[in-house]
Design a protein around this ligand. Structure first.
Ligand code: AHG
Ligand code: MN
Ligand code: MN
Length: 341
């Protein structure tokens, strides 16, 4: 087939253009290969015996599904021996994973959410993998948790896959956001959208409304105005979509625009929010910004947040930039009102 650009070719061209090093190219190839293995496992469903609970819990006190554990193992195994990594951190591991002594060490740190959207596994709804790549600070061998605690703007690459009707990989190395679709016949990820641009305006929003009674004033006001539609101050109607797999909700926004919100509410404020900064919010924020969108905590650019913990949680608002700005305005006005008594 003419004019097909497989991921391998895309990465070699990025290397020739000076956008990535050979080591980063290898790293991304290995992550993509691991994701193909995960896609195969997901696809087997009940026939592969991969559904259901693992009977264990992770550091965040969440029950692990069999596919959470399996996906984590696939990613760890694939990345341990390539020589491109100094360390690995995962949603499913309390502490960073050391590269075994037997293997050479590289200059990068890889962080991932091996299986995002666990609650959807058993009901055959899209799930995915999210990853982030950081540079390992000089001399950090082996790297400690502190070496991973870098703000999102320092990411050298970020991406996610969605295991849906088709398997897609969305990637940035800091030069735009690009989408690849897995060709199951050849086993290659093929470039299907280069340089994605998210429309600045949207009529679609994503939030778990069952938390409405826990929201603070800005979220209540912002969502209230969207719900009022053409009868409210926004003067037009909005539609709501919530998959409950962040990868799928973000992929919809990457594909056609929208705004995604998981604010800190009374239920999760003590923890800082619901979603994890280092391997959920940061990689998505870089992908969204590289596609012309915005990503915020409500009061700060997400990529500027200084992490204090590997599994730290954070409020997340991202997507079409004029809507993110509207939400930030609600937050700023509420803060100003509080300050003036
Ligand atoms: P994970 O499956 O990795 O724990 O992440 C689930 C996250 C995210 O994918 C999704 O947006 C959110 O949890 C859904 O939260 P609710 O269950 O509160 O809707
Ligand atoms: Mn997740
Ligand atoms: Mn997960």
């Amino acid at each position: 087939m003419p004019n097909r650009t497989p991921l391998t070719r895309f990465l070699i061209e990025a290397e020739r253009a000076g956008q990535i090093t050979p080591e980063l190219r290898l790293l991304i190839e290995v992550v993509a290969r691991a994701c193909k293995s995960i896609a195969n496992e997901v696809r087997k469903g009940a026939l592969g015996g991969v559904l259901g609970d693992a009977g264990t819990g992770n550091v965040q006190g969440e029950a692990q599904k069999k596919l959470d554990v399996l996906s984590n193992e696939i990613l760890l195994e694939a990345n341990a021996w390539g020589g491109h990594l100094a360390g690995i951190a995962s949603e499913e591991l309390d502490e960073p994973h050391a590269i075994p002594d037997a293997y050479p060490k590289g200059n990068f740190l890889l962080l991932f959410d091996p299986l995002d959207g666990s609650s959807n596994i058993d009901v055959n709804v899209s799930v995915g993998t999210i990853f982030s790549v950081l540079r390992c600070p000089d001399g950090a061998s082996p790297p400690t948790t502190r070496d991973f605690l870098q703000p999102g703007r320092t990411q050298v690459a970020a991406g996610y896959t969605v295991y849906g009707p088709s398997t897609v990989l969305v990637l940035t190395v800091g030069f735009g956001t690009h989408c690849f679709t897995l060709d199951r016949d050849t086993g290659s990820f093929i470039l299907t959208r280069r340089d994605i641009r998210i429309p600045a305006d949207t009529a679609e929003y994503a939030i778990n409304s069952s938390n409405a009674r826990h929201w603070d004033a800005p979220a209540r006001r912002y969502i209230g105005e969207l719900e009022a539609g053409s009868t409210g101050p926004r003067g037009r109607d909005f539609n709501m979509r919530w998959v409950a797999s962040m990868v799928a909700d973000v992929h919809r926004i990457i594909s056609r625009g929208g705004i995604f919100l998981y604010p800190a509410d009374a239920k999760c404020r003590d923890k800082g929010g619901r979603l994890r900064l280092m391997y959920e919010a940061n990689p998505m924020a870089l992908l969204i910004e590289q596609a012309g969108g915005a990503a915020s905590t409500g009061s700060q650019r997400l990529l500027e947040v200084q992490p204090t913990g590997l599994h730290q949680r954070v409020p997340v608002v991202l997507g079409s930039k004029n809507e993110v700005a509207e939400y930030e305005r609600c937050v700023a006005e509420a803060t100003a009102r509080r300050a003036s008594g």
